[in-house]
Ligand binder design. Structure first.
Ligand code: IVH
Length: 622
């Protein structure tokens, strides 16, 4: 195959994979973008970076994969239309960093890349056809098969490094170039052998990086998550989050208890090369022979049509698989062809991920309840007849906002469609009108809070419902719950039920009271035993050393979310400095004026400025 032909193929493949997912290009002519477009691009970049952090580092995503992909596609299409506005660092949808402080980093010898992806079968066909065109006519009929198709596990990518057969290190993907060293935890995961199996007459590689995915089986997830909730911790939203959060614990014994699984699907650097391993299918067989669990559902496919058959079969089987799968991976089987194809900046050209459409089931909308958030936003929640969705039981789904209920014309008693896309909580996405009973009841959005009686305001034509009383007991509970949750103060042992107990006992009336709890008051006013009390107090003490932006974003100040809090801390260095800054100083940190106003008003209250002063200055970066 000529170098020119290969080069043309690279260009074509890159374009076709990007096109498979991009939103249609905006109807704009190339040139200098307007200020509106520029500010939209800035917003998109910040938003994508924020969601990357939430997903990769905090294991607490807010968007579905589809919503996230739409943001990336929009930015990509704007960058295409306005090449002058492309920042050198603009890298939307490429590999984000899962690095967590307190884990040391280590370089991968061969970078850990991401996968090009498509949501359409046309995208898959284009990929397969382009690869098939590279192979001389007639060669397709011979073995080995040109492609393999296998499940895409929804977990956390890891690289296990073995030297002379001994496990020396396990790294997360990190930023693709260097990952977090999670060896102590990974050693406690069944399935990651401490040593590779030594076969007679064969020497093991001096150095090998073995790539795979740590994930959690549905049954384990349900059991473990229930146990976490019962022990007072915040449960995880999905098996993927559970796996990601567990891998970054500082407690290998707890990692062992949580029962994660692992599957391996490839290698990075191998020294010396594995002679005789010429295909992916053979590579998997080698990994299995060495005692590593590999993907067992890999199917070989000779051409695009067989790839499509395999995709269909996997799609059908998907809901019966005991582990979370969010798509299929189509890979080139012959390894020399892979080498010729090489890699683009963030993904190899020899593989493509096909993302399955979101899981969707029908259920009955029994009633609509309201949930007040820490900052006062009210979210309507669908209470559903229990239904199995994406491997787990679902009884509640978000309805997002009042306008959405009107748009979908939802009534209590309706049969509705419920979807879970990726990691986030399930949502009601439609109604089956043919099944609407005569008794279906229109939902009247209340005008007042049933607890404090203060008005509820509808803004933006009902796209936002806002509670107007920050002192309402409902809001206080939510503020406390949000504050102690994993992305914020991360106080283990203070989940929903413990929080409620502390409030009921009158020990905690606002966030600052958490730091006034004593062993005596807990033992004499709650039914907690001494061990739980000590554990809780230790977790509270630890939270004093949380990154200050997490504390600030956890306070539920209107307009102060994670990205604003991070900006403020980067600028001011400590929570105390933010709390004592005046309005002009706050605005120079680049946060919106509304946020500056809200912060100043908040910390004008001595309770909160004293609270801010309690947090020791952050440790210098490692
Ligand atoms: S192959 C160069 N095979 O999906 C990357 N990846 O979204 C080659 N993943 O980074 C990866 N199941 O963490 C491969 N069967 C599978 C996979 C798989 C899950 C993950 C992997 C990858 C991510 C991309």
């Amino acid at each position: 195959m000529s170098a020119l032909r290969l080069f043309m193929l690279f260009l074509w493949l890159a374009a076709s994979c990007a096109a498979a997912d991009s939103a249609p290009a905006d109807n704009v002519s190339s040139g200098n973008p307007s200020r509106t477009v520029l500010s939209r691009m800035t917003w998109l970049r910040e938003e994508i970076a924020r969601h990357d952090r939430l997903y990769f580092r905090d294991a607490a995503p807010e968007l579905t994969d589809f919503e996230y992909d739409a943001l990336c596609a929009e930015l990509r299409s704007l960058e295409k239309a306005f090449p002058t506005a492309v920042l050198p660092a603009a890298n939307a949808g490429a590999i984000a960093d899962d690095h967590s402080p307190h884990f040391s980093r280590h370089r991968h010898r061969v970078p850990m890349l991401s996968l090009a992806k498509t949501h359409t079968t046309d995208g898959v066909r284009a990929f397969c056809d382009a690869i098939a065109r590279l192979v001389p006519a007639g060669a397709n009929a011979t073995t080995p098969a040109l492609f393999t198709v296998e499940p895409k596990f929804d977990g956390v990518a890891v690289s296990a490094v073995y030297e002379n057969g001994k496990l020396v290190r396990v790294l997360t993907r990190g930023d693709g170039q260097q990952g977090d060293d999670v060896t102590a935890n990974a050693r406690r995961i069944t399935g990651i052998p401490k040593a590779l199996r030594d076969s007679v007459g064969e020497t093991l590689p001096r150095f090998v990086e073995i790539r795979g995915e740590v994930y959690c089986q549905f049954s384990v997830f349900e059991k473990q998550n229930r146990a976490l909730g019962a022990a007072g911790a915040t449960p995880f939203a999905s098996p993927r989050n559970f796996a990601a959060g567990t891998l970054k614990l500082h407690d290998p014994d707890e990692v062992a208890r949580r029962g994660l699984s692992v599957v391996f699907y490839g290698t990075g650097a191998v020294v010396p090369d594995l002679n005789g391993v010429k295909t992916y299918a053979k590579q998997l067989a080698w990994l299995r022979e060495k005692g590593l669990p590999t993907v067992t559902d890999t199917v070989e496919a000779k051409d695009a049509a067989s790839v499509m058959d395999a995709l269909r079969a996997l799609g059908k089987k998907r809901s019966r698989l005991p582990y979370p799968v969010d798509g299929a991976v189509i890979k080139v089987n012959p390894l020399t062809l892979r080498q010729q194809l090489g890699s683009a900046a963030d993904a190899p050209r020899w593989a493509l991920a096909f993302k399955f459409p979101p899981d969707r089931v029908k259920s009955v909308l029994e009633s609509i309840t309201l949930q007040v958030g820490a900052t006062g936003t009210i979210t309507p929640v669908a209470q559903l007849k229990p239904v199995r969705l994406g491997g787990v039981n679902v009884q509640r789904a978000t309805l997002y906002n009042p306008a959405n209920i009107t748009r979908l014309d939802l009534r209590e008693g309706d049969t509705v469609f419920v979807e879970r896309r990726g990691d986030v909580i399930p949502a009601v996405t439609g109604v089956d009108l043919s099944l609407r009973p005569a008794t279906a009841k229109v939902f009247a959005f209340p005008e007042k809070c049933s607890t404090c009686g203060m008005p509820i305001l509808l803004e933006n034509n009902g796209a936002i419902a806002r509670h107007t009383n920050p002192a309402c007991p409902l809001r206080i509970i939510q503020r406390i719950k949000r504050f102690v949750s994993r992305p914020h103060a991360n106080i283990a042992g203070m989940g929903a039920s413990t929080t409620q107990k502390l409030i009921d006992a009158g020990l905690v009336r606002e966030i600052p009271d958490i730091y006034k709890l004593s062993r005596n008051s807990l033992l004499s006013n709650t039914r907690m035993n001494a061990a739980s009390v000590d554990k809780l107090l230790a977790a509270i003490e630890r939270s004093r050393h949380a990154e200050h932006w997490r504390i600030l974003a956890g306070l539920g100040i209107e307009d102060v979310g994670v990205s604003t809090a991070r900006k403020l801390l980067t600028h001011f260095g400590s929570l105390r400095a933010v709390a004592t800054a005046d309005r002009p100083a706050l605005e120079t940190s680049g946060i919106p004026p509304a946020a500056a106003r809200a912060i100043q008003k908040f910390f004008a209250n001595k309770v909160w400025s004293d609270f801010a002063g309690q947090f020791p200055p952050p440790r210098p970066p490692e």
